[in-house]
Design a protein around this ligand. Structure first.
Ligand code: SF4
Ligand code: SF4
Length: 111
């Protein structure tokens, strides 16, 4: 286990899809465990067009290039006030989407 697995992030700021092109709504992003996604498995996923992004600790994301059907032609969510929890909570950490306009502050848990 690395020290990074004890890091938590406090998110602030706002979403600006004009700045990022609504990148997170244009992929289905599935969290996975790095121990499952070894180099050979990653190669297999990439043959299917699935991008693997490595995050902190044991965390990886599988980015499957499928745009959400609720995204309109202006990169706005048609159901923003009723969007799913996965949309409300994403991103969780700065490495999730480097182009994202949310900002993060590192929080170390008290012992
Ligand atoms: S529901 Fe809205 S916020 Fe969620 S992925 Fe679709 S367009 Fe984006
Ligand atoms: S949450 Fe971040 S990456 Fe997603 S649309 Fe908003 S600014 Fe872009």
């Amino acid at each position: 286990m690395t020290g990074e697995s004890h890091i938590f992030w406090k998110r602030s700021g706002t979403c600006n899809p004009d700045a990022c092109g609504a990148v997170c709504c244009k992929s289905l992003i599935v969290p996975a465990d790095k121990t499952w996604c070894d180099a050979d498995t990653q190669r297999w996923l990439e043959y299917h067009g699935i991008e693997v992004k490595h995050g902190e600790g044991r965390y990886v994301q599988l980015h499957i290039a499928i745009a959400c059907q609720m995204l309109d032609e202006n990169n706005r969510c048609r159901i923003y006030d009723k969007r799913p929890r996965a949309c409300r909570e994403y991103p969780f950490r700065p490495s999730d989407d480097p182009g994202c306009t949310y900002t993060f502050e590192k929080v170390l848990p008290s012992r």
